[in-house]
Design a protein around this ligand. Structure first.
Ligand code: A3P
Length: 331
């Protein structure tokens, strides 16, 4: 992320100063309405001023460590699942996967792995991320180019999970319409914006390509996963993920079916049914309490068939195919 005019010293005083700067910065940027907040085009990505502020604070204050692991996703691509799986895998020497006191049984996956760019920094000051012991498991929706400088040179590992774009759109549409009682976007309108690349952190194809290219040139540093492939064979992917996170399964664990137990513990049906994920509301981004259940809808591969006409599906497929052409990334 090329640095905007930005004064580190000023920003150490907190989110308010950054918020004023973010607002004056965004006032000069292309702006589009339609989603639940206006989006601004900053360095090729559509972003809210709140997230831009937060990303700038992270750029200024966050110090990456070589053993950081960053889980990166485009929103609604399976972030919650990836957080759950990675947390369970990385912490299984401390928390037995089958134990009845496992943190995942009592804490929402989003509360177990912090997100770098929380829109309201007061909810999670960067200092709190700094205070976390190594190795840190962190999460982000930021495009690759916006990651804190140093993550590349330090060779922090990144796990990127992507999803079939039509299913992302459907999941996103359901989600944003739960965000505020006074907001509703028609599916057709959401579709038109999405096809033009105008959606949170979008265009989605650029988000995908940013991480995809890194995974092709540096596969030891960036693991690129696809949601529908993980759904088709979760155990294989859990083993792959464990290997990448530096905590491969031992022979004893394999014989004791620990990989299968991880899959079960983190499965959609299991997580969705837990009280911590099905009851109550939490404000994880600032000023926007969401039902804890809103991260667990249907988890179906191909749910787009229930929402898009054939014409819409063809249109989006063509755009995605064109944008990804030559990259080797296909859906
Ligand atoms: P649907 O809306 O299609 O059901 P994110 O976590 O990035 O916000 O993505 C949310 C999507 O992931 C939702 O998709 C949600 O149902 C699905 N999901 C949540 N937990 C999951 C899990 N454990 N396994 C598979 N999919 C999951």
């Amino acid at each position: 992320m090329a640095q905007p005019e930005f004064d580190d010293a000023k920003h150490s005083s907190g989110a308010l100063v950054a918020s004023e700067e973010g607002e004056s910065l965004t006032s000069k940027l292309p702006r589009r309405e339609g989603w639940w907040r206006p989006l601004f085009l900053f360095q090729g990505s559509w972003i809210t001023p709140q997230v831009l502020n937060s990303a700038m604070l992270v750029q200024a204050q966050f110090k990456p460590r070589a053993d950081d692991i960053i889980l990166a996703t485009y929103p609604k691509s399976g972030t919650t699942w990836l957080k759950a799986l990675s947390f369970v895998l990385a912490n299984r020497s401390r928390h037995t996967v089958t134990g009845d006191k496992h943190p995942l049984l009592f804490q929402h996956p989003h509360d177990l792995v912090p997100t770098l760019e929380v829109p309201d920094r007061a909810l999670r000051p960067v200092a709190e991320l700094e205070a976390r012991p190594s190795p840190r498991l962190l999460c982000t929706h930021l495009p690759h180019a916006f990651l804190p400088s140093g993550t590349s040179s330090l060779r922090c590992r990144i796990v990127y999970l992507c999803r079939e774009p039509k299913d992302v759109l459907v999941s996103l549409w359901h989600y944003v319409n739960k965000m505020r009682p006074d907001f509703f976007i028609e599916f057709d309108r959401a579709f038109e914006l999405f096809v033009q690349g105008i959606s949170f952190y979008g265009p989605i194809w650029d988000h995908y390509l940013g991480y995809w290219k890194q995974s092709v040139t540096d596969p030891d540093r960036v693991l690129f996963l696809k949601y529908h492939e993980m759904m088709a064979d979760p155990t294989k992917h859990v083993k792959m993920l464990a290997e990448f996170l530096g905590v491969p399964f031992t022979r004893e664990e394999e014989s004791a079916n620990v990989p299968e137990e991880v899959v079960k513990l983190c499965s959609f049906d299991h997580l969705k049914g837990l009280p911590v994920n099905s009851v109550g509301r939490s404000d994880r981004i600032g000023g926007l309490p969401m039902d804890n259940s809103s991260y667990f809808r249907s988890a179906k591969v191909g749910d787009w068939r229930n929402h898009l006409t054939e014409e819409m599906a063809n249109k989006l497929d063509c755009v995605i195919e064109e944008k990804l052409k030559g990259s080797g990334l296909i859906f």
